[in-house]
Design a protein around this ligand. Sequence first.
Ligand SMILES: [Zn+2]
Length: 232
Amino acid sequence: MAIKIEKKITGYNVVTEEDKTKAAEAEKLAAQRSAEVVQLGEPLSRPEKLVGNTYKIKTPVTEHALYITINDIIMNEGTPQEHRRPFEIFINSKNMDHFQWIVALTRVMSAVFRKGGDVTFLVEELHSVFDPSGGYFKKGGKYIPSLVAEIGEVLEQHLQEIGMLKKSGPDQHQKKLIEEKKAEYLEKNAHEPVNEEGFPKGAQLCGKCHTKAAIIMDGCLTCLNCGESKCG
Ligand SMILES: [Zn+2]
C-alpha cells in the first residue's frame, strides 16, 4: 500500500527487531483479553428437545380456552446445580381476536427467558396490568384484573412448579385455622347464603388474595380464603 506523505519529513527511525516483538506481544495480549470477555446476556441456543407444561385457562373475556405452553431448558444437567428455567412460551387458542398482541407478548417473554438472569419479575409485571373494562372473577372466587394478569398467574404457577418461585399462600397449619374459622362463621350465620365457592354471598374482596371471601368476624375484616385479617 502506498502512503502519500504530505508533511515535511523531519526525522525517521527504522523498525527494529525489538519493536516487532513488542508489537507482536501487544497483539497477543489484546487477543487474549478479548477471548476472556464473558458474554453476559448472550441468548441461550435452543436444544433439539425441551421439557414443558401446557396450561389450559378458561376466561370470561375469551370465547375459547387458551392453551399456554411454557418450555424449560435444563441447566447444568447431571450436576448438583441442575435446575430448570423457562426458555419459551406459546399461547394457542381458537379465538384469534387477541392473536396479535398475544404473539407479541409471548415473543418478548421468550426473549427475556433466553437472556438469562432473574425472570421472576415478569410475574409481578403481568399481575399489575388492569383491564379498563374491569377484569373478572375466576372459579374459586379470585379476582383477575386482566387477561394479561391471568397469563402472569400461569407463569407464577409454572415458576413455582420448577422451584424458581416459592409457593405463596397459607401453609398446612394456617389452612387448618382458616377452615376452622370458616366453619365457625358459617355455623353462626347459617341463614346467610353462600356463593359457588362456599364463601358467604355478602363477602368482600380480600385485598391480599383477591378473593370474595372477606367477612366481619369479631369486629375484624377476616378473609376466609387466605386468613388475612384487618381490624378497625
Ligand atoms: Zn384473602
